[in-house]
Write a protein that binds this ligand. Structure first.
Ligand code: KG4
Ligand code: ZN
Length: 343
């Protein structure tokens, strides 16, 4: 629940990671069912924590894509039911726009508002996109991944090395224990097309080749055994089953992803005359990315979301809805949901 002032009245997130962890990734059918199970209690809790009743609401915002259709349908159907029953306007929000607005909202609340035009780097499990953002919230896509998203690369490498799902947080936790320069993974070279595009599949294959060249079976099995005992092992527990050579590959992989991401930022910022940089999406939790971006000397303020608003949440969807509310840009009860939805 977000107030017009930008104050966050409540933020409730139901995690379904545990339901997917044993499959090593998100299973769409399970995702829809978990959404269906969680949505009513989550909204009730958010209302209670905000101290609101239905009549206090001015509008219902919901994401209509991009994403998994089943999960989107659960959210959109419930939002439409609320909108109809309470006679409130319905606002359809692009998920990626939400990630950008989480940062704009928090920066404003902190008293350091984002200056425009801003360059936005959205890095999540599904996206690695660079946008130019105007003060009227118009978006221009400058570059995007040609293959895997950055978060997907973290998750695939994490799975390969036996760190379970999602791999991003574990790799982040262990990277400081290895040498980021131990293995020189080459950066993606895109021969044709947009120089601001990203590519992570070559890096993923390079880690796979490294993996295949080692005797890794016992090591990976010991990590799987740890995961079977503790669904979320601590850093110390991981370190007991992760030798130096693997910590080095983890650190080198993360270092390469960060270098690849930030290498596109400087030329994009120059191209649009950016007055600030926004980094958002689940991978924006990464402490190495935060540290490196802050120390990169881009010459403009760098805004990250709080950790809680970096990964998927509802506050970001409400935050993106305000300008649409002001423009009376409302959706009908027949509004579709989209697996793919360009911003
Ligand atoms: O934005 P998000 O919650 O969901 C999508 O819209 O995809 O992002 C989830 C992604 C996962 O791939 C996860 O591994 C990654 O964010 N992630 C991280 C970290 N925390 C989450 N990647 C690197 N370092 C982290 N600390
Ligand atoms: Zn997301």
């Amino acid at each position: 629940m977000v107030e017009r002032s930008g104050a966050i009245l409540s933020s409730v997130v139901a995690s379904q990671l545990a339901a997917h962890a044993r499959y090593g990734g998100v299973v769409p059918e399970i995702a829809s069912r978990e959404h269906g199970r969680a949505i009513v209690p989550v909204v009730r809790t958010a209302m209670r924590e905000a101290g609101l009743t239905w009549t206090d609401l001015a509008a219902i915002a919901v994401t209509v894509g991009p994403g998994l259709i089943g999960s989107l349908l659960v959210g959109a159907t419930y939002a439409k039911s609320l909108s109809y029953a309470l006679d409130l306007p319905l606002i359809a929000v692009n998920h990626v726009e939400g990630h950008i607005h989480a940062v704009i909202l928090e920066a404003r609340q902190r008293g350091t508002p984002v200056q425009f035009p801003a360059l936005a780097l959205v890095v999540s499990g599904g996206h690695t996109h660079l946008f130019s953002v105007s003060d009227r919230f118009e978006y221009k896509l400058l570059g995007k991944t040609r293959d895997d998203a950055a978060g997907e690369a973290f998750d695939k490498v994490g799975k390969l090395l036996g760190f379970g799902y999602p791999g991003g947080p574990v790799i982040d936790m262990l990277a400081p224990h290895g040498n980021p320069r131990a293995i020189r993974f080459t950066l993606a070279k895109l021969r044709d097309g947009n120089a601001l595009d990203f590519s992570f599949s070559g890096l993923k294959t390079a880690v796979l080749r490294w993996f295949q060249a080692q005797e890794m079976q016992d090591e990976v099995e010991s990590r799987h055994a740890l995961l079977a005992q503790h669904p979320r092992p601590t850093r110390e527990q991981w370190l007991t089953v992760t030798p130096r050579r693997t910590l080095d590959v983890v650190a080198s992989f993360q270092h390469t992803v960060i270098t690849e991401l930030l290498a596109r930022v400087r030329p994009s910022a120059e191209q649009i005359g950016a007055k600030s940089l926004i980094v958002s999406g689940g991978v924006a939790c990464n402490s190495g990315l935060r540290r490196t971006a802050a120390g990169s000397g881009f010459g403009v303020p760098v805004h990250f979301p709080s950790l809680a608003l970096s990964t998927d949440n509802a506050v970001m969807i409400a935050a993106a809805a305000f300008s649409k509310f002001e423009d009376a840009d409302f959706a009908g009860l027949d509004a579709p949901v989209y697996a793919q939805l360009p911003l």
